[in-house]
Design a protein around this ligand. Sequence first.
Ligand SMILES: *Cc1c(COP(=O)(O)O)cnc(C)c1O
Length: 608
Amino acid sequence: MAELSPVDHDTYSDDYIKRILSETRIIAMVGASPNWSRPSNFAMKYLQAKGFRVIPVNPGVAGREILGETVVASLAEIAEPIDMVDIFRNSKDAGPIADEAIAIGAKVVWMQLGVRNEEAAARAEAAGLRVVMDRCPKIEFSRLYGELSWHGFNSNVISSKRRTVGKAEAPRRDGADTKAGSNTQRKHGLETLAIHAGNAPDPTTGARSTPIFQTTAYVFDDTDHAASLFNLQTFGNIYARLSNPTVSVLEEKIASLEGGRGTTCTASGHSAQMLALFALMQPGDRLVAATRLYGGSITQFGKTFKKFDWHCDFVDMDDFGAVRAAALDPKCKAIVAESLANPGGVVTDIAGLSEIAREAGVPLIIDNTMATPFLCRPFEHGADLIIHSTTKFLSGHGNAMGGAVVDSGRFDWFQNDKFPSLSQPEPAYHGLTFAETFGDLAFTTYGHAVALRDLGPTMAPLNAYLTITGIETLPLRMARHVENAQRVAEFLDSHPAVAWVSYAGLPANPYHDLAKRYLPGGAGSVFTFGVKGGYEAGKRCVEACELFSHLANIGDTRSLILHPASTTHRQLTEEQREAAGAGDDVIRLSIGIETAEDIMADLDQALG
Ligand SMILES: *Cc1c(COP(=O)(O)O)cnc(C)c1O
């Protein structure tokens, strides 16, 4: 059973995991617990429901029954041949167990989430066994076999085939699986992911476009199934405040585009911010946020969140000394900035901030609304969480509100005691510890099972559908948005009635070099400029436009124009407005995808 190439234990190919799961029938689970709220009990119950026979091994409770199976004291006591030994013990103890697994002729040694033992893995592989470390078979099974309600996790599966949900296919005997151990999985391009990620054909009807699941609740098979769902032992839908299959498709699509582990979608960008911070913050905690955030975010963080006893230090994100000083406050729980700030056209040095966040032991949250994953991939520069207002470029047509929180899955919630919601037993879930039970899916699971359940800012399935459809053309639209914006910015820059243009795509702009590094595809389509003649001239220009729509939004196919000082940034003090790049003479444009000459002609006549 030697592999063609050595297995990379940091990134298993789907083929490798699939082959193991499809060839396994009998699992010996070492460390199986009779306590239903322990992760081993969750996994055992789930695997039984998927047709695996699971034999519990645990000397402390030998002779008792767990989920209908008699517990044995050791692997050597099991009479029948074992396919897989699944290890729920610490990494050190995994060594002797792997040796026993070799001795009884098992085919696979599987170490659970958080369990890694390189020496034991090498011994098992030398003896011809396959090895998986730091994974949960329950999570891998549901990921690879298309569980309907995959709750916003990124399955990394792209397929236009209708699949039988929740059933392992028999292994192929025609040789097609022979590269199972190699890690040659294809990395799809962003255009392909925008169309295919998350939405395989509907398994029951074959519908190719994602159905709008317009339902409030979902039936249970029986009372035990209901209990398993409520206990989070089984992934599935209960009630639409927590999850909806249409919304799950959008969640997976956004997670895939950002290269994250999972996404929680919300009713709006603002509720995404609330939900992200809800998982991180306790009363009395602080966050560090950019002075040049979207105006609505400044009000939400600075004023409204005070009512939750959450406090915000607004800091100039170009001043790393100030960011560091604020982030090292023991009460600080997150750093928040926009990849490309609305409306100032400011580009954030994400990699620099991520180093400070790492030092402080807190996640770096990047609002990627204006850039979208087409222009900027914050996780590749060290961000831990990404938030979106999907209302803008992702839905893209000015017709659906929404928000998203994407988790990279890389932040270690156990590294300090700052994040009890994820690293401590959760009283709102029978004392379950999210980071222990769900590993790198913990944040996304918490987002649905606690935050959406108890705060309730759920995305409507119709809005999810519109956003899914919008994202299919995101790469095409963004390319045109950016091309038009660059031309309009250059046009305004040389226009006699214009005092200044703040667009990072212009070489003279102070953020031009950062833009080239973080936004190689272009500096977005939202920027500001100042009209000669100040406030009154600016107002006249906005009102004289015929093609541009005068409204408070960005990221529409249509070109949009706005005077921030009198609208979006109205609630801020004059000082905050200046700091946010929204002074009295400032006009904000969101350049659409109309014919560039028509956009410029409209501005030209309005400026005249
Ligand atoms: C619009 C916006 C938000 C808020 O999103 P809503 O969907 O309007 O709630 C947050 N951040 C940025 C950068 C935005 O543009």
